[in-house]
Ligand binder design. Sequence first.
Ligand SMILES: *Cc1c(COP(=O)(O)O)cnc(C)c1O
Length: 365
Amino acid sequence: MQIPLLLTPGPLTTAPVVRQAMLRDWGSREKDFAALDAGVRTKLAQIANAGSEHTALLIQGSGTFAVEAMLGTFVPKQGKLLLLVNGSYGRRMATMCDRMERSKQVIEWPEDESVDVARLAAALESDSSITHVAVVHVETTSGLLNPVEEISRVVHAHGRRLLVDAMASFGALPLDLQILKADAVAASSNKCLEGVPGIGVVLCNITALQTAAGNSPCLALDLHDQWRGFETNGQWRFTPPVQIVAALNSALDLLSEEGGIQARLARYRQNAAILLAGMRGLGFTLFLREEVQAPIILTFHPPTHPQYNFDRLHQGLLDRGFAIYPGKLTKAESFRVGCIGQIFPADMNRFIITFKSVMSEMGIH
Ligand SMILES: *Cc1c(COP(=O)(O)O)cnc(C)c1O
């Protein structure tokens, strides 16, 4: 059976060297594993240009676990979170607030519009009980880029704290903690870092962490306690996903061999440019305006042809070695194609040719 290339928002196609890194066992309480952990955390902090006032924490689980840990740990019981929402990952954070019984206010934009900071500023000025603001950097629902640095300036100027879901951007788009004033930024092992799934990463401001003791409504997702655990004996509180840590370490080495996040972003941009030009050549239109499109995942309007059927398109591509994703928009039908992971321009060129032949087979020309 042919293993497909994953043109999806994750899990992604990984490098053989990353998968090979999982072929050994590690005792979680041994020195060599503690050193592996420490190395991974240092490399993650470097990617974000973190200083001594920050720390990179690891938590078991997919990205959602990291986001839920971040909100639960940093927003105190008496706090109030303002959510800037333009897609389903923003809405998911609102659901988390409800589950954790944290007060919230939601400002929602259409799924093709990035956050407008004037509305953010007005909301902060009119409600002094808002303590924290949370936003998604790249909204994977559509592929939309939000202006996090501008948002950070406004939040900071109003004396509030910022929490960022940088799941789909971390490891490719620049995110500099010396510029971005955030209490925490959440990411995951399996997106632009190109590791395998299973670890959430949260870059935290240490002062904010110190004041977050006792905030978390859950034991397992308490980042303050996770941090205390790492600081006191260099260990995870509960069974670490040892092989996934080893894979992430290898993926971080690969990132640096590639030339760091600038080089990775350049490759993703090239992938996205080939994809966009090719799809336009086949008559497809992009859902987003190009100014707000991140080179991570592209959403296209489906053909209006009566023969079009997403499941057939998906299966036809899969039979020829490519996995794509259905759309996730609330209002319009769509499909999505990712540009991230171990995917190279030559793969994108092959994808366009393959896409064209699958469409022809469906009777769409
Ligand atoms: C992938 C992703 C998440 C986390 O999703 P999981 O399925 O839990 O990995 C959160 N936010 C964004 C923007 C994402 O792209």
